[in-house]
Design a protein around this ligand. Structure first.
Ligand code: HEC
Length: 189
């Protein structure tokens, strides 16, 4: 642990040194052999705000980045049957693709269960994962309400929320996954 902290401190120092170096460079003459910016080729176009929104999909564990919208387990169940069941099985019990529903107990050697309730530390990641990937052939086709509904369905099927609960940006961030404390943070200070 202390070795890791030391490495991180060196990392921070190196970053600082680079920042200082870069600042001193920008004020100085261009280095020999490097074109000044005014002579550089003008390639590409700046991204528009809409382009950035379409790419800026990161959702943080605490819910930052979650878009407006909401959904319920019932609505999600209908969507799951239409878009997910053929690979993930009836009620997410697994078919050609992973089971998504299982007992919310930490994986053990005897039962290395990696379903969502057992293996995912943050509920917000479910939204992020579905939005980026699902369904595989037409990822990006689901609306935010549909993704909230599918997330609600998977949480309810794993008995983490009630079957009548509404999931939106606020309530999703408040869901505590059963095995959250079974993970070691690798980015802790
Ligand atoms: C064509 C088959 C297919 C369809 C349809 C499909 N999935 Fe998947 N899914 C997979 C496969 C294969 C994996 C495992 C590989 C991966 O992570 O991409 C997976 C992984 C996942 C995972 C991560 C599982 C874990 O614990 O790592 C989630 C969550 C998920 N799918 C949700 C969905 C949802 C929701 C839908 C419907 C909107 C859906 N999938 C539709 C094939 C599919």
């Amino acid at each position: 642990m202390s070795m890791r902290n030391t490495t991180m401190r060196y990392g921070t120092l190196a970053g600082l040194a680079l920042a200082v170096f870069a600042t001193s460079l920008s004020a100085a003459e261009p280095l020999p052999g490097i074109q000044p910016r005014s002579q550089a080729p003008t390639l590409g176009t700046p991204m528009s705000a809409d382009d950035i929104t379409a790419w800026n999909l990161t959702i943080f564990p605490d819910g930052r980045g979650l878009p407006p919208g909401h959904g319920t387990p019932d609505q999600g169940g209908t969507l799951f049957a239409a878009h997910c069941e053929r690979c993930h099985g009836v009620e997410g019990r697994g078919a050609t693709a992973d089971e998504l529903v299982g007992p919310p107990t930490p994986p053990t050697d005897a039962d290395p269960n990696k379903s969502i309730g057992s293996y995912w530390p943050y509920a917000t990641t479910i939204f992020d994962f579905i939005r980026r990937n699902k369904p595989p052939e037409t990822s990006g086709s689901l609306s935010n309400d549909e993704i909230y509904s599918l997330t609600a369905y998977l949480l309810a099927a794993n008995k983490i929320i009630g079957t009548q609960d509404v999931i939106d940006a606020k309530s999703l961030a408040q869901v505590k996954m059963p095995n959250r404390d079974g993970f070691v943070r690798i980015d802790a200070p």
